[in-house]
Design a binder for this molecule. Structure first.
Ligand code: GLU
Length: 289
């Protein structure tokens, strides 16, 4: 089988060791299979935190590490019309609804409910705007209240029926649409959001193996649902372990001391920096099973 992988960082900072691990997994999985391809995608829809210098910084760090990608890197900001078409397709199926809630209103609703429904990382949206009538939606839109589009996860899963995805570390996983609930598919400012953009682009770049940190496992449930609704091909997944700091926490971009620029300045060679990810680096035993 042809293996196509990608590394998809956000240009909101320089790369750190956690990124090296993610890029290395994708790069090596493509390298160990004949004819494999490793691609780079800048997930630059994160508005004000994106800086032009970080696109270059990411490419410079990867080049120094020898994790070279093929072709021109894709920028998500160049793909807005593709996300709009996907959103339109979901709207036509009646699977998304406009959400007018502010963060504060969502918190107030959780307080009224007695407790916020918990997802794996954060509380899930309580579904307030799912119940608005078509007329109420129209009135709010016409009065100029800003809104985001949310997936009606219940409706969506009724339509698709039970789904699974295949992870090369964990095996077959049943999709649980309630894990993240009615996620935002399009933010007010940019007209898309992470879940929609990533699904549309992985299909566009024909990614066969999506490698990502195990912290994104719950997102994959939503992605499998979206792939089915948008009639996109089903990729294989490999959710890898994360690099943790001394306190056992996920490395954040703030961990300056673990940035590649800093490690490079201390005199480490690219091979030595890559070797720092050895304790958690694994590849699937077979890319296809
Ligand atoms: N852009 C995501 C991140 O920086 C990763 C992309 C993905 O695998 O979905 O964590």
């Amino acid at each position: 089988m042809t293996v196509r992988t990608r590394f998809a960082p956000s240009p909101t900072g320089r790369l750190h060791l956690g990124h090296v691990l993610a890029a290395r997994v994708a790069f090596e999985l493509a390298s160990v299979t004949a004819g494999g391809t490793f691609l780079l995608r800048h997930e630059d829809i994160d508005g004000p935190r994106v800086r032009e210098a970080f696109y270059q910084g990411i490419e410079e760090d990867l080049t120094w590490l020898g994790l070279l990608w093929e072709g021109a890197p894709l920028r998500q900001t160049a793909r807005i019309t593709a996300y709009e078409s996907a959103l339109t397709a979901l709207r036509e199926k009646g699977l998304v609804y406009p959400c007018f809630c502010t963060r504060r209103e969502i918190q107030e609703e959780w307080a009224r409910m007695g407790a916020a429904p918990q997802g794996p990382e954060a509380p899930v949206y309580p579904g307030t705007c799912r119940h608005l009538s078509a007329q109420e939606q129209r009135e709010k839109i016409e009065s100029g209240i800003p809104y985001a589009w949310r997936l009606d996860s219940h409706q969506a899963s009724v339509l698709t029926g039970p789904l699974t995805f295949r992870d090369l570390r964990f095996g077959e996983i049943f999709v649980n649409p309630d894990l993240l609930g009615d996620v935002v598919l399009a933010r007010k400012d940019i007209g898309t959001a992470y879940h929609l953009a990533v699904v549309v682009d992985d299909a566009f770049q024909e990614i066969s193996h999506i490698t990502r940190g195990e912290d994104l496992l719950s997102s994959t449930h939503v992605h499998r649902l979206l792939q089915t609704l948008l009639e996109l091909p089903e990729p294989l997944y490999f959710h890898h372990q994360l690099m943790l700091d001394e306190a056992g926490k996920r490395l954040a971009k703030r961990s300056e001391s673990l940035s590649i620029t800093h490690l490079r300045d201390t005199g480490l060679t690219p091979q030595e920096v890559i070797a720092l990810t050895d304790p958690v680096f694994r590849l699937p035993s077979s890319p296809a099973s």
